[in-house]
Write a protein that binds this ligand. Structure first.
Ligand SMILES: C[S@@+](CC[C@H](N)C(=O)[O-])C[C@H]1O[C@@H](n2cnc3c(N)ncnc32)[C@H](O)[C@@H]1O
Length: 404
């Protein structure tokens, strides 16, 4: 059995999610602002839930139909063969996104869909499942916009954006999905140094270690929505987990360095990394960002400084941003530098020209990931290599050409 599978994500993340899904071997059918669609089997649903780092939920399409009124919803939904998917002795929760003129209260749409499912199962099996708000068993998701209704099984149940390793959050931690999206949108090759000064509770460094070691994002989780759907086969799931376990690297041949000036942040990083099973991959230090050791060779340096909207005072931060630019220029040559911030004005104080800017949202704050190519002496641009006299001659030649 195959169906459309929709993996949902926050705004601006779908190009990264699309690449992630393609790198797992899937052919993407459609990508939109908050989701990526493929055609696949229920086994693919299990694999995507286990592995995806930048998705919120994995949805299995049950049926699309037209509906103008709550009664249209009821009769269309009642004709779906729910007995294929939902155990009459089980428990079902309905969640929805509804934007249609005949519904002013979303709860009413949820109620109608629940009634249709219960009615169908009672008439076919003589029994009815329980229902309620808990998302830890079977979850049905209704998308209803205008007259377009789409009913899905939410195979994640509770979102897969949380990994469950964060025991100790520090100030303004990034959520795990966003941290993974930042790591995956850098040019890091997963084979050279990853340096993360200002690490806070360590989310970027931990996600980097999990990515480099091929540790599935959800390897700790024991309950998913799909386990409460009749298509689930526990033996297939166990085999999938075993296969992914065999793919894991035990050791990394390059350093992942995480540092922060705050001892509580460093303690939080250690606790979280231990809980994620990657503490031995991290070199964790207490120091000012500018004292973080930079290994020889290639690699990336990724900073997520405070940006004054949730933490810190702007006048102090101006100085910090300017110091970050100087440090990149003087100490990080040969690396690719990245700064993730929600304050575009402060970013100007870095004083370097970014080679790329990637947009993100952190909650409701619009953020950017700035990329800097930090050339070492041998990698200077041809223009920088020119002597002052050669530069003057080239300039005069350009003006001459323009006048021609
Ligand atoms: C926005 S938080 C980082 C959050 C982190 N990405 C996470 O997911 O938990 C910024 C961190 O920078 C640290 N910090 C601020 N100024 C610093 C400096 N000059 N040197 C080192 N760390 C600094 C703070 O202690 C704080 O933990």
């Amino acid at each position: 059995m195959t169906s459309t599978i929709v993996c949902t994500c926050p705004k601006f993340i779908s190009p990264i999610l699309k690449r992630e899904m393609e790198s797992l071997g899937y052919t993407v059918q459609a990508a939109y602002q908050t989701g990526v669609e493929i055609e696949g089997t229920f086994e693919d649903v299990l694999r995507l839930n286990l592995l995806l780092r930048t998705a919120h939920r994995v949805l299995w399409l049950v049926q699309r139909f037209k509906a103008q009124t709550p009664d249209d919803l009821f009769y269309n939904a009642r004709s779906i063969e729910w007995e294929q998917f939902i155990d009459e002795n089980g428990y079902v929760c309905i969640v929805s996104s509804v934007d249609t003129p005949s519904i002013t209260n979303t709860q009413f749409a949820n109620q109608k869909l629940k009634d249709a499912i219960v009615d169908r199962l009672r008439s076919v099996t003589g029994k009815r499942p329980n229902s309620g708000p808990g998302t830890d068993k079977t979850v049905v998701f209704l998308y209803w916009k205008g007259s377009e209704c789409v009913v899905y099984l939410d195979t994640s149940g509770t979102p897969i954006s949380k990994r469950g390793y964060r025991q100790q959050p520090h100030k303004a931690p990034l959520n795990e999905l966003l941290a993974a999206a930042i790591v995956l949108s850098t040019k890091w090759d997963k084979d050279t140094a990853f340096v993360n000064p200002m690490c806070g509770s360590g989310t970027l460094a931990i996600e980097a270690a999990m990515i480099a070691r091929n540790i599935p994002s959800q390897y700790r989780r024991t309950n998913f929505g799909f386990m409460h759907i009749k298509l689930f086969d526990a033996a297939v799931w166990e085999e999938l987990r075993r296969k992914e376990k065999r793919n894991e690297k035990q050791e990394l041949s390059f350093p992942i360095i995480a540092s922060d000036r705050d001892s509580q942040a460093v303690a939080a990083t250690r606790t979280n990394a231990r809980s994620a099973g990657v503490l031995h991959d991290l070199d964790v230090r207490i120091c000012d960002f500018a004292k973080t050791p930079i290994p020889e060779g290639e690699g990336v340096v990724v900073l997520n400084p405070e940006y004054g909207k949730r933490l810190g005072v702007d006048s102090e931060l101006e100085m910090t941003y300017s110091r970050m630019g100087d440090w990149f220029k003087q100490q990080c040559t040969g690396k690719k530098g990245y700064i993730f911030t929600g304050n575009i004005e402060l970013a100007k104080k870095i004083g370097l020209k970014p080679s790329r800017k990637t947009e993100f949202f952190n909650g409701d704050i619009e953020c950017r990931l700035f990329e800097y190519e930090l050339y070492s002496g041998s990698k200077r641009t041809p223009e920088q290599e020119q002597s002052p006299i050669a530069k003057k001659v080239a300039h005069a030649y350009k003006i001459h050409k323009l006048k021609e």
